[in-house]
Design a protein around this ligand. Structure first.
Ligand SMILES: Nc1ncnc2c1ncn2[C@@H]1O[C@H](COP(=O)(O)OP(=O)(O)O)[C@@H](O)[C@H]1O
Ligand SMILES: Cc1ncc(COP(=O)(O)OP(=O)(O)O)c(N)n1
Length: 309
């Protein structure tokens, strides 16, 4: 396990739903935290019966029991960083926000999970406002995918210019850093996956680009990405470095899984992808306002960024 200079084992808490298929949710989160050498803990918000073909059923956990799990963990083990994933209902969101406020948690990553890739709703529609009002102001980083960003902003995101507008608008809820993930490629980018980062402090956009792996095995990419960011923030990395390393890790996890036979539908990624710093870390501190590309295991400044970056 990764330790802070004083010898303290780095730990992180995920508050999310269980994916019985093991590719997303709590299972992806704990695998990712472990891979980054961070001690992982969890509070489960919902149980899903799920596989690589979709979500067959959902059982919500009562908000009072989510609260009990959080209190059990935070009053004993503590957390250097916390992430939220599937929160299911406004009731659970209010409970989670109350507990996180009371414990003054640091480094909160909010992955505003709303719909699984197969189309199953993972958040009640009336909970979207609660997410923005209660959790966004507590977050260090918020990581919507394109459909989530559209739902949160209330307008379509068709291209990179729209994604930038959405990132800046979402930051108005009091979020230091918004990442609009590009896995869904609303603007039809067949060859690359572009993530747009807006930093409220510097009021700059940074874009991170990787080749798009031609694979259906991308189940759980968002959970894996936000967990990697959480692990790296817990370890003390700067947010921009954490986000870049997380993107590189997800690229490697998708790439490793492209030929494997786990499930016959949209399979999961391979969380045993390398997470050691030397392979994923940018060679120099990333500059806000620039565009970077991850290719062949290396980050470089993007010499010919896509139009709109
Ligand atoms: N086919 C792919 N090839 C490379 N990177 C991808 C691919 N699909 C998603 N990503 C990356 O995975 C991360 C998660 O994005 P996304 O899939 O949009 O999230 P979600 O699972 O929440 O829908 C982002 O960094 C995105 O760029
Ligand atoms: C229990 C649970 N939580 C979250 C998700 C969605 O995960 P995500 O990483 O966005 O991956 P896809 O479902 O989009 O492949 C989930 N499916 N289940």
């Amino acid at each position: 396990m990764f330790r802070q200079p004083g010898g303290h084992v780095v730990r992180a808490l995920t508050i999310a739903g269980s994916d019985s298929g093991g590719g997303a949710g709590i299972q992806a989160d704990l695998k990712t935290l472990h891979q980054f050498g961070v001690y992982g803990m969890c509070a489960i918000t919902a149980l899903t019966a799920q596989n690589t073909h979709g979500v067959q059923d959902i059982q919500a956990v009562p908000a009072s029991f989510v609260q009990q799990q959080l209190e059990s963990v935070l009053t004993d083990l503590g957390a250097d960083a916390v992430k939220t994933g599937m929160l299911a209902s406004a009731d659970i969101i209010h409970t989670v926000a109350d507990v996180l406020e009371a414990h003054a948690v640091q480094h909160l990553v909010v992955d505003p999970v709303m719909v699984a890739k197969g189309g199953a709703p993972l958040l009640q529609p009336d909970a979207v406002d609660a997410l923005k009002a209660r959790l966004f102001p507590l977050a260090a980083v918020v990581t919507p995918n394109l459909p989530e960003a559209q739902a949160l902003c209330g307008y379509p995101i068709r291209d990179l210019a729209d994604a930038k507008r959405a990132a800046r608008d979402l930051a108005q809820s009091g979020v230091p850093i918004v990442v609009i993930k590009g896995g869904h490629a609303a603007d039809g980018r067949p060859n690359d996956a572009v993530d747009i980062i807006y930093d409220s402090g510097t009021q700059t956009f940074t874009s991170l680009v990787s080749p798009r792996v031609p694979s259906r095995k991308t189940h759980g990419t968002g959970c894996t990405f936000s967990s990697a960011v959480t692990a790296l923030l817990a370890r003390g990395e700067a947010p921009l470095t954490a986000i870049a390393m997380a993107k590189a890790f997800v690229f490697e996890a998708i790439d490793r899984a492209k030929d494997w036979d786990v499930g016959s539908g949209h399979g999961p990624t391979d969380h045993t992808a390398p997470a050691n710093t030397s392979l994923l870390v940018p060679p120099a501190p990333l500059q806000h306002g620039s565009s970077y590309v991850y290719r062949d295991g290396t980050w470089t400044v993007h010499a010919s960024p896509p139009a709109g970056l």
